[in-house]
Design a protein around this ligand. Structure first.
Ligand SMILES: *Cc1c(COP(=O)(O)O)cnc(C)c1O
Length: 453
């Protein structure tokens, strides 16, 4: 099976090559050149456990990896989840389903992708004999999920920069209490933007980049998307048969990676009626689906910070399909968008998507209402899924993070203290981090001293 760039000017690659490459040389994102049909397999997959289903699904896409190897990669990816179902589907008293995606090591759905990507990287490096240094900047969530995906993996060290004193104490613990010797959390005196600027400048130094095999864990990697398709199939298979015909998945959305994965599963033959793109007040996608206007705006920090985005990097993947594979048009739109920060579609109505948005005050109200009426404490990202739901379908709401990751807001709103066993355990562990000035040359020296080669 081949993978092709959304911009049509890079050569097609195998799965392993596309994963190693990340971004295509023409600036596009990799997508499957043809999509396998799973509709005839669903019956066979009935009753499979999560890792078994993941293997069956991914072997259709990762067909250049020998099956026995893929089996091992998948099996090692879902061992650190604290629920035997991995992605339990829970029916609420009002008939809604919650798909709990927060049972991984960092208590958010990004673990589904990054635990797999970590195992996959280790495998691909063992085959190529290469060693890499992963470098990234984080304002909290992605960095901790990436660290937890790569910790203890061979032939890779990971350096994550974050602004000292500006990530939540919990997020800091998730990054700094790993006791893994290939993990280097670096708190810098500065902001997230300073951290990101340093990362950019080190990647821009091509000699340094190639000498140290610098690599990113970006949200656009193909393997992340494919790993995320699996829980949509799993959720669908775990619905009662009579509720499978008319399913809407409601997805708290930022970079459009999660909901795109669901859409790809549908494209492969999973019978889903509709996807709801649930945004917070940063509503670029809400506006797109409702008015056809795709326009950058400034980010307003919200109660659901992992959805505070300016542009959705994975949107280009859907655009490719929306334009029926017209790569020249994808290039035209993406370059106009980059230039002007705006593109107006004649119409962006699709049958498969609708969108909603939620303000911070609505998030607070929803947290309270869901707790009072349904007895469930959800996190502020998940709360966004409870907006304007239609009556006549089965609704599966993706619960993207554990409420214990947001103790201040939950306590303030509900007067309960959300907790989780794995977070409690972290409190007893020692924080190991480096504190540095926001100075690219200092970070460069640090990597020279601690990088793997
Ligand atoms: C990353 C994240 C999101 C947004 O997911 P996308 O794939 O970027 O759309 C939503 N909720 C939580 C808790 C997240 O960490």
């Amino acid at each position: 099976m081949e993978y092709t760039s959304t911009r049509g000017q890079s050569k097609n690659l195998t799965f392993s090559e596309a994963v190693s490459e990340g971004l295509a040389p023409d600036g596009g994102l990799y997508i499957p050149a043809s999509i396998p049909d799973i509709s005839g397999k669903l019956e066979q997959w009935e009753g499979l456990g999560y890792a078994d289903l993941c293997f069956e699904f991914l072997k259709l896409f990762a067909d250049d990896i020998p099956e026995a190897d893929l089996r091992k990669i998948v099996d090692s990816s879902y061992t650190r989840f604290d629920d035997p179902a991995i992605a339990p589907l829970r029916k609420l008293d009002n008939g809604l389903y919650l798909l709990e995606l927060f049972h991984g090591p960092t208590l958010a759905f990004k673990d589904f992708a990054l635990q797999f990507v970590g195992s996959l990287y280790e495998y691909l490096l063992s085959k190529s004999g290469k060693k890499i240094n992963v470098l990234g900047a984080t304002s909290g969530d992605t960095g901790s999920a990436a660290i937890n995906g790569l910790l203890g993996k061979k032939n890779v060290n990971i350096f994550i920069l974050y602004p000292e004193g500006r990530v939540s104490p919990l997020q800091e613990r998730q990054m700094t209490c790993t006791s893994a010797d290939n993990v280097f959390p670096i708190a810098i005196h500065g902001t997230f933007d300073d951290a990101q600027a340093i990362v950019k400048s080190l990647f821009g130094d091509l000699e340094f980049k190639s000498k140290w095999n610098l690599s990113a864990v970006n949200s656009i990697n193909l393997a992340r998307i494919l790993a995320q398709c699996v829980y949509y199939v799993y959720a669908w298979l775990n619905l009662p048969k009579q509720e499978r015909n008319n399913v809407m998945f409601v997805v708290p959305t930022g970079n459009f990676g999660n909901v795109f994965a669901g859409w790809l599963a549908r494209k492969a033959g999973l019978p889903v009626k509709e996807f709801r793109v649930a945004t917070n007040q940063n509503d670029i996608l809400y506006k797109l689906f409702n008015s056809g206007v795709y326009e950058v705006s400034t980010v307003e920090p919200s109660y659901a910070p992992s959805m505070d985005i300016q542009v959705s990097s994975n949107f280009e993947r859907f655009l490719y399909y929306f334009l029926n594979g017209d790569t020249a048009k994808v290039r035209e739109i993406m370059s106009a968008f980059k230039r002007e920060g705006k593109w107006v579609f004649d119409s962006f109505k699709t049958e498969e998507f609708s969108a909603s948005r939620m303000s911070d005050s609505e998030i607070s109200e929803t947290l309270a209402k869901v707790y009072k009426e349904l007895g469930v404490v959800v996190d502020p990202h998940t709360a966004c899924a409870f907006k304007d739901l239609p009556a006549d379908c089965t609704k599966v709401l993706l619960s993207t993070a554990h409420s214990a990751k947001f103790p201040e807001l939950i306590e303030k709103t509900l007067s309960v203290h959300p907790t989780s066993e794995s977070l409690e355990k972290l409190l007893n562990k020692q924080i190991v981090k480096t504190i540095e000035d926001a100075d690219a040359s200092k970070i460069r020296s640090f990597i020279e001293a601690n990088g793997i080669m």
